[in-house]
Design a protein around this ligand. Structure first.
Ligand code: AQP
Length: 327
């Protein structure tokens, strides 16, 4: 029996190379070895206000990104979260064993509370880590390939699965996060102390997967660098380290090999080479995306939902029986 992985991305903004390198690139590699389930988590997206037409468009776009990146629907199940209502049902049940302080610890809730005041936080945003726990444990997931920012949520999923098992008997597999050191936290181009983020205020924070060549060149040229002039991979040069990471992950080289390529050269040479590496990745990727019709993608998503629904239904039935519902 293959081990199972599950992961998803929310259609709440333009995806960037941080999302690709931190999550999707690993999914593509893991799909060969694992029983893989990948989801477009639209129910997570609505935890912040969304324009309905934009949400629909972005949901399809995320699925196209998965496919253009190399996720193979013959090997994996790809679906839209809201197609499978068991996610919401299990989340409700898990709400009855989750504790308020556990959710108050979550970074997104804390950030929003500090920024805009606790009274402005919507219940959905506060509670979404429980929905994420449900997404994961519904499928007896063993491994969850994500970026570093999501590790806190996997911890909660583990905790809730263990708590349920303890209260009602062995039911859920305890999942583990899967990250890779070089890609788990791609930092903002404008600020290497914060992660690259789709909700960043400035577009100079990220390279979007939809950026054209000129935009990439402009953004990389503007990216902040550290003092000095040599191309060295070191913790005390966080901006450069981040750029070298991006280069090495997209060009399939180790950071050492990238350093060696630029011995005796300066930031300008390095940055223009990095921009070309990114463009060489993005152009064929965008071409593959453009070739995917909405109809074809919708069919893949419907087929994916059918495949996972039987797993979800069975697990939810087991849960309902255990807690005393008549099924
Ligand atoms: N900077 C990053 N480096 C590495 N991995 C990252 N991920 C996100 N940012 C980085 C990973 O990408 C996946 C996307 O998940 P998501 O869109 O559901 O949520 P997110 O983590 O909240 O992503 P963003 O881009 O930061 O969006 P906003 O700004 O809307 O919150 C996850 O696996 C995540 O770890």
């Amino acid at each position: 029996m293959k081990k199972r992985i599950f992961s998803g991305i929310k259609p709440s903004g333009d995806l960037h190379i941080g999302n690709y390198l931190g999550a999707i690139q690993n999914w593509v590699a893991l799909q060969e070895e694992y029983d893989s389930i990948f989801c477009v988590v639209d129910m997570h997206a609505i935890t912040v206000p969304q324009d309905p037409a934009t949400l629909r468009k972005r949901t399809l776009e995320i699925a196209k990104i998965y496919l253009a990146a190399g996720i193979d629907p013959k090997k994996c199940s790809i679906f839209i979260q809201s197609y499978v209502s068991e996610h919401a049902e299990l989340a409700w049940i898990l709400n009855t064993i989750a504790k308020i302080p556990e959710l108050e610890k979550m970074t997104q809730f804390k950030d929003k509370s500090v920024k805009d005041g606790k009274e402005s936080v919507l219940v959905g945003l506060f509670d979404y880590p429980v929905l994420m726990a449900a997404d994961i444990i519904l499928y007896d997931t063993q491994l969850v390939p994500v970026g570093k920012d999501q590790k806190q949520h996997i911890e909660l999923a583990r905790e809730l699965a263990q708590r349920f098992n303890y209260k009602f008997g062995e039911t859920f597999v305890i999942p583990e996060a899967y990250t890779k050191k070089e890609s788990e936290n791609i930092m903002g181009l404008d600020d290497p102390t914060k992660k690259m983020s789709k909700s960043a205020k400035s577009e100079y924070n990220y390279i979007a997967l939809s950026d054209d060549a000129e935009t990439v060149r402009k953004k990389i040229k503007k990216a902040v660098t550290d003092s000095g002039s040599e191309i060295v991979y070191s913790d005390d040069k966080p901006a450069l380290k981040n750029l070298i990471n991006i280069y090495s992950l997209l060009d399939n080289k180790t950071p050492k090999e990238v350093e060696t390529l630029f011995v005796g050269k300066g930031y300008a040479d390095f940055k223009s080479a990095l921009a070309e590496v990114i463009i060489q990745f993005l152009e064929p990727f965008q071409k593959r995306m453009a070739e995917l019709s909405d109809e074809k993608v919708l069919k893949i998503l419907e087929d994916g939902a059918k495949k996972v629904q039987s797993i979800a239904k069975k697990k939810l039935e087991e849960v309902k029986k255990k807690i005393g519902f008549i099924v």
